[in-house]
Design a protein around this ligand. Structure first.
Ligand SMILES: [Cu+2]
Length: 159
C-alpha cells in the first residue's frame, strides 16, 4: 500500500523531468564559445574586414550596415559603438569562426547564455555552429555608452 501511494509523487517528478527535457530540447542549440584570442593591429584587421566586404557583400544593407554572406569558416566582425558589423547571413548547421575585435572601447559579445569580453587590440574567436533556422542573438553585455542597450548584431540564418 505504501508503495502505491509513493507512486504518484514519483510519477509527478518523472512527468516534470520529461517536460523539462522537452523544454531543453527545444532550446537545444547552444553556441560554442571559443577560448581563442590573438593580438592584432587595427590596420590589418580593417584590411581583412574590407576584403570580406568586397568578396561576400550581398549588396543589401540594414540601416548603414552592409549585409555579408560569408562561406563557413572565418568571419571578421568589427565591434564598436554601437554595432556589430557587418550584418551576417549564415547557412544553417555550419561552423563559423567569428573573429571579433572591439575597435574603440571595451565591449562584450553575449551569445546565448555565454559572454566574451572584448578588449581593444585583442581579437576573440568565437566558434559558432549555426542553428537550423532563425536568428542568432549577439549583443553587447558591457556598458559602453548611450547606445549600449541597442547594440545588437544581426545574424540571420538563411538557406
Ligand atoms: Cu555595450
Amino acid at each position: 500500500m505504501t508503495e502505491r501511494r509513493g507512486f504518484a509523487p514519483i510519477a509527478l517528478v518523472l512527468a516534470s523531468l520529461l517536460l523539462l527535457l522537452t523544454w531543453l530540447g527545444g532550446h537545444g542549440w547552444e553556441p560554442t564559445l571559443a577560448v581563442e584570442s590573438y593580438a592584432v593591429d587595427s590596420a590589418a584587421f580593417t584590411a581583412r574586414f574590407e576584403a570580406q566586404l568586397a568578396a561576400h557583400a550581398t549588396g543589401e544593407t540594414i540601416g548603414t550596415m552592409s549585409v555579408v554572406r560569408p562561406p563557413p569558416g572565418d568571419v571578421v566582425v568589427r565591434v564598436r559603438r554601437w554595432e556589430f558589423s557587418p550584418a551576417l547571413e549564415l547557412r544553417p548547421g555550419q561552423t563559423y569562426r567569428l573573429h571579433l575585435l572591439a575597435e574603440d572601447v571595451v565591449h562584450s559579445a553575449a551569445i546565448g547564455d555565454a559572454e566574451e569580453l572584448l578588449v581593444p587590440g585583442v581579437v576573440k574567436v568565437v566558434t559558432l555552429v549555426t542553428p537550423p533556422s532563425g536568428r542568432v542573438r549577439i549583443q553587447c553585455g558591457e556598458y559602453c555608452g548611450l547606445g549600449h542597450t541597442k547594440m545588437i548584431g544581426s545574424i540571420e540564418i538563411v538557406r
